[in-house]
Design a protein around this ligand. Sequence first.
Ligand SMILES: O=C(O)CCC(=O)C(=O)O
Ligand SMILES: [Fe+2]
Length: 287
Amino acid sequence: MPIPRFSATVSGAEVAAALQTDGCAVVERLVSQDILDRARSELQPHLDATPFGPDDFTGRRTRRTGGLIARSATCRELVMHPLVLDTVGTVLQHATTFHLHLTQVIAIGPGEPGQPIHRDQWAFDFFPFPSGYEVQCNTIWAMNDFTAANGATRVIPGSHRLEDRLELTHEQAAAAEMPAGSLLFYTGALYHGGGANTSTVTRYGLNITYAVSWLRQEENQYLSVPADLARTLPVPLLRLIGYARGAYALGYVDDMRDPLNVLLGDNSGVGLGDLNAATARARQSES
Ligand SMILES: O=C(O)CCC(=O)C(=O)O
Ligand SMILES: [Fe+2]
């Protein structure tokens, strides 16, 4: 099965439809290389200071640099890219709300072997989510060209519908080759892994992932983004990173206050959603 490929004029509905059937899709040249270069230069001191990974999964020749909301204004824009939010909103529409799960530059260095093939949703303690019930919609932006030689992510199209906990190989997967500025989408259930880097250059991927907001975030945004900085960010971004309720009641503060109000020093408002609407929605999706 080939990886579905689109040009930058694609709609979120079209990408979401491809994710439904194949579990992955590439949108070519969605932003200009300049934008990724700008992100790279904002992050350079942090990229330089990041150590290699401690094990085979994170990669002993791979550097993973997070905290991108705090560290890069350009990454904030990419997190909120309209095509991404549109696609994620459609893929995760069975949940009341979704939130940012993690932000990470993955710099795969020369000589890194292939990462074990996995599902990102195994991060939730290997909980066996029902087949077809996606809890994550994920992205990797190519910060430089992704090639089979430099470690382009390897994906198995259609594997989001396979059994859980399989041990699959890189030979069963295809390299998501794409020019810089392109974007790979894949769901939480898709089997994939970072490619082996047999070249002499480092591959830079910007991994930004989203999950239904009743699951715990992998990257803790409340501590990764200092509160003084958070207070200067736009409200839609604050809602997305976690200053919002998850579903009806998850994440309120003390006397059921809205976390956004608490952050901004406003004592009004309650942190609860509309229970009647949430109940009606759940009953409707059951029938
Ligand atoms: O860097 C990549 O291409 C993929 C990395 C990945 O899948 C992961 O770390 O979960
Ligand atoms: Fe992964």
